[in-house]
Design a protein around this ligand. Structure first.
Ligand SMILES: *Cc1c(COP(=O)(O)O)cnc(C)c1O
Length: 352
């Protein structure tokens, strides 16, 4: 079995594995409703919102699309800073949803500043909190605040796929109206679920559309512990089990993730590698490939040691490599991975 050092899917939490070994529940029965309501309540606490969280069957991208289409009507003007592959995806989804999307481009690895988004005349702002493709983290509260000072009636939507359970997140306290995430990253569960968190303000202003994506229909069903269509209830059980374990000791978990990612940067930088992000997210460590070394070489050196890593996306394809300990890794395992990373770098870098 491979060690997943990829920023999703990630190594599963033991509580997820345990939950997934239970017999199938029928989703329209009391035990399933109990699991569903428990998962929703725990997700609400994890997102830190007084609103509600909807559980959708599909990957994180489905949740991105659901958020965009239920928050904004066609023709509305939204601002989308693009600083990586996922913020690029937000922009593409906004266009496909018929919005008048304005993009602000940044070189991959850099992040928007509050002054950049303080522009009037918008109904919304779409931001990716942790840009997994570059390893960058944006200052979500500062960006939301600056944008809302210029657009008091507007709504802010945030992708928290690799910040939920990895870094501090919040909706209302951050000035974020709606956020989304997925099961296979910080939540340490298998892929297959997307989550949309809606603040009280977003709940009042929903503009539902779509059929499977209609969030008002989901709200009605999910308040009763069901979903409109057959949910991946086994995964919902895994998410509830992991959150039940991690949330009571969230602070320790977040410091562990930050320390582990810092350790990866320490090793890489110790060998002279150049980090990609301007501001580092604890979800992933991204490095430019050393001069004259192809990505395939690094990937192969890790593969020989039974580990899977990730390369670059978009304009960074073939230029960077990425390692992540966002999954269920403890301190001991992280130190082992750091040692393995040193071994790889000693092997591939020319002796100086
Ligand atoms: C993984 C990820 C997504 C969702 O990708 P899916 O493959 O659809 O689950 C969205 N945003 C970010 C920042 C991600 O890392």
């Amino acid at each position: 079995m491979d060690w997943l050092l990829t920023p999703g899917p990630v190594r599963l939490h033991p509580k997820a594995l345990e939950a997934l070994s239970r017999p199938q529940l029928h989703h329209r029965t009391a035990p399933a409703r109990e699991v569903f309501l428990k998962a929703r309540a725990l997700l609400k606490a994890a997102f830190r919102t007084e609103g509600e969280v909807l559980i959708l069957t599909g990957s994180g991208t489905l949740a991105m699309e659901a958020l965009v289409k239920n928050l904004f009507a066609p023709g509305e003007r939204v601002l989308v800073p693009v600083y990586g592959k996922f913020s690029e995806r937000f922009y593409e989804i906004a266009l496909e949803a018929g919005l008048e999307a304005h993009r602000l481009d940044y070189p991959y690895g850099q992040v928007p500043s509050p002054a950049d988004v303080a522009r009037e005349g918008y109904a919304g702002l779409l931001l990716v909190h942790s840009e997994t493709s570059t390893g960058a983290l944006v200052d979500l509260p500062a960006l939301s605040r600056a944008f809302k000072e210029a657009n008091p009636d507007a709504l802010v939507g945030a992708d928290m796929v690799t910040s939920l359970l990895v870094w501090e997140v919040a909706l209302e306290a951050y000035g974020v109206d709606a956020a989304l995430s997925g099961s296979q990253k910080g939540l340490m569960c298998p892929p297959g679920l997307g989550f949309v968190a809606l603040s009280p303000r977003a709940l009042e202003r929903l503009k539902p559309r779509g059929y499977y994506l209609d969030l008002s229909r989901e709200l009605r069903a999910q308040r009763e512990g069901e979903s409109a269509w057959t949910p991946a209830i086994n995964l919902v059980g895994a998410v509830a089990a992991v959150l039940e374990e991690v949330l009571p000791r969230l602070e320790a978990h977040l410091s562990l993730k930050a320390w582990q990612n810092g350790l990866l940067y320490e090793v890489g930088e110790g060998f002279g590698l150049r980090p990609v992000p301007e501001v580092r997210s604890p979800a992933v460590a991204a490095f430019y490939l050393p001069e004259g070394i192809a990505y395939a070489r690094v990937k192969e050196a890790f593969a020989q040691r039974g580990a899977v890593i990730a390369g670059g996306q978009g304009p960074l394809k073939g230029k960077i490599f990425r390692l992540s300990l966002m999954g269920a890794y403890d301190r001991y395992e992280a130190l082992g991975v750091a040692a393995l990373f040193r071994e790889v770098l000693s092997e591939i870098l020319p002796a100086s």
